[in-house]
Design a binder for this molecule. Structure first.
Ligand SMILES: [Cu+2]
Length: 521
């Protein structure tokens, strides 16, 4: 998958010159594994408190979507987008009970909008494509925080243009705090023992600029890059001063999945999923994280040895078939690469043990569901077999028929702004049955409300999927059922979205919109 060859990249990097950096490329058999750059920690933005009449106070944020340039590679400035900066955005920090107002100013030269991924907010303030902000315009959502502490994020949700904008940098982390999590004695010093990790893969062209979707395969399996970054840092390391680290992982990649392990096979604890703390820590040695998903992990460094986080090959649940699409999928599942090294200092501060009880989550009770709504994920593919050799893509390469028109959708429809796919009654609990009728894995995201996973192909989900989630991965051919309650916010006009979080699929139409109304009609 390497477009810039190693030789070209080294040339670009001025190999031989003093201070030249070896860029570890994904997809190479041997990773250099030399982590040379200190991990950048995004700045925190807590907003400013504004007093209102009646003793209420608001937390006011000002977010500027802007153009910039960033030096990822030595001696090359890459054109990027950022929020209050050149690339990515600050970590927004808010508290349960806060009244939030956010002034979003769009100055990027094209329409955009910010979506608060995982926040339970009214649809008109959710930042879907309906709230699109023209270039030079502003948008001012106001909402209060009604959910438990957790690691969320925010990103562009521009119609047909989310992939390119997020790729260039319109994304950031959003942390919700509350009294329950504060009382737990978890590592919580941001940038010291509580570390944001935004995982993104990039591909550069020969001029050192982002190379987006230059190949047909990029729209099929989604945009994959060959340079791994964390918080915009290539080949990063983090020097730990404590014997435990809380890692807030966000898969902020357009399409790449991570099958996370530590190189030495060490176990770790998962303490939170998308929507916040689990009821108790889950011990794992491997974690699959798809685009849009988050996980909070506890890494134990008390042995004083460095720990390297890497992505391992993952199981492809769909049989191999002929053609370029299948080949791309196999590559997606087989790539292995290093992500970041955690380097313990000689003397480590000892932190208290991780509590055995974390949050008290409501029981998962499917019997209160009033209906089951079916969501079939579709891609037009494979109507004709064929050889994977020969020039070009298309019929002869087995990705023919349906994909000739590039169809990607849900329940046989590609998203259009003028069509409301589903109508839900306020307060109802429903089962959404997500049936993946494609050969590839997709992360399915529902806006507005956190959900619980009921089962995968009829089997109970693993413990780490038993907490609150807003994005769930569904393997090729698999059926996943989730339980979701549509609380608090009805609106006759503004819709919520549901979609695949592989952004190239979302942009092509693997998305739909639903209204929540008082009557459900
Ligand atoms: Cu998808």
């Amino acid at each position: 998958m390497t477009i810039v060859s190693r030789r070209q990249m080294l040339k670009l990097l001025g190999a031989g010159a003093a201070g030249a950096m070896a860029v570890p490329l994904i997809g190479r058999a041997q990773q250099p594994g030399n982590f040379v750059n200190p991990l950048l920690i995004p700045p925190v933005e807590t907003g400013t408190l504004v007093q209102e009449e009646g003793g209420l106070q608001r937390r006011h944020f000002e977010l500027n979507l802007q153009k910039g340039s960033t030096r990822f590679l030595p001696d090359v400035d890459t054109a990027t987008l950022g929020i209050n900066g050149n690339y990515l955005g600050p970590t927004l920090r808010m508290r349960r009970g806060d009244i939030i107002d956010i002034q979003v100013n769009n100055r990027i030269g094209e329409e955009s909008v910010l979506h608060w991924h995982g926040l339970h907010v009214p649809p008109r303030f959710d930042g879907g494509p309906m709230q699109s902000i023209v270039d030079g315009g502003s948008w001012n959502p106001v909402f209060d925080i009604r959910q438990q502490a957790g690691t969320l994020w925010y990103h562009s949700h521009a119609m047909h243009n989310t992939g390119p904008q997020v790729y260039r940098g319109l994304a950031g982390m959003l942390i919700v705090d509350d009294d329950v999590s504060d009382a737990l004695d978890l590592p919580s010093r941001y940038g010291v023992d509580d570390i944001p990790l935004i995982l993104r893969d990039k591909r550069f062209d020969r001029e050192g600029q982002f190379d987006y979707k230059s190949r047909f395969i990029d729209s099929m399996i989604g945009q994959h890059g060959d340079v791994m970054m964390v918080n915009g840092t290539i080949a990063p390391f983090f020097e730990a001063t404590t014997d435990k680290l809380r890692l807030r992982l966000l898969n902020g990649s357009n399409a790449r999945m991570y099958n996370l392990v530590f190189q030495d096979g060490r176990e770790f604890l998962q303490i939170a999923s998308d929507g916040g703390l689990l009821d108790k820590p889950v011990k794992l040695s491997r974690l699959l994280l798809l685009p849009g998903e988050r996980a909070e992990l506890i890494l134990d460094l008390s042995d004083g040895k460095p720990a390297v986080l890497r992505s391992q090959a993952s199981e492809n649940h769909f049989p191999v078939f002929g053609g370029a699409f299948s080949q791309g999928m196999q590559q997606m599942h087989s790539e292995e690469f290093d992500i970041i090294e955690f380097r313990p200092k000689a003397r480590l501060e000892r932190l208290p043990p991780i509590p055995e009880k974390l949050a008290t989550l409501p029981a998962i009770d499917a019997s209160i569901a009033v209906k089951t709504r079916r969501m079939a994920l579709n891609m037009g593919y494979g109507s004709r077999g064929g050889s994977s050799t020969g020039p070009g893509w298309g019929l002869r390469n087995g990705w023919g028929g349906g994909f000739g028109g590039g169809f990607v959708g849900i329940n046989g429809r590609a998203m259009t702004m003028s069509y409301i796919n589903e109508r839900v009654r306020l307060g109802d609990t429903e089962i959404w049955e997500i049936n993946n009728r494609t050969p590839m894995i997709h992360p399915f995201h529902i806006h507005g409300n956190q959900f619980r996973v009921l089962d995968r192909n009829g089997e109970p989900p693993p413990a780490q999927e038993m907490g609150f989630k807003d994005t769930v991965h569904v393997h090729g051919g698999e059926t996943v059922r989730v339980l979701v309650t549509f609380k608090d916010f009805a609106d006759d006009k503004a819709t919520f979205m549901y979609h695949c979080h592989m952004l190239e699929h979302e942009d092509k139409g693997m998305m739909g919109q639903f209204l929540v109304t008082e009557t459900g009609a």
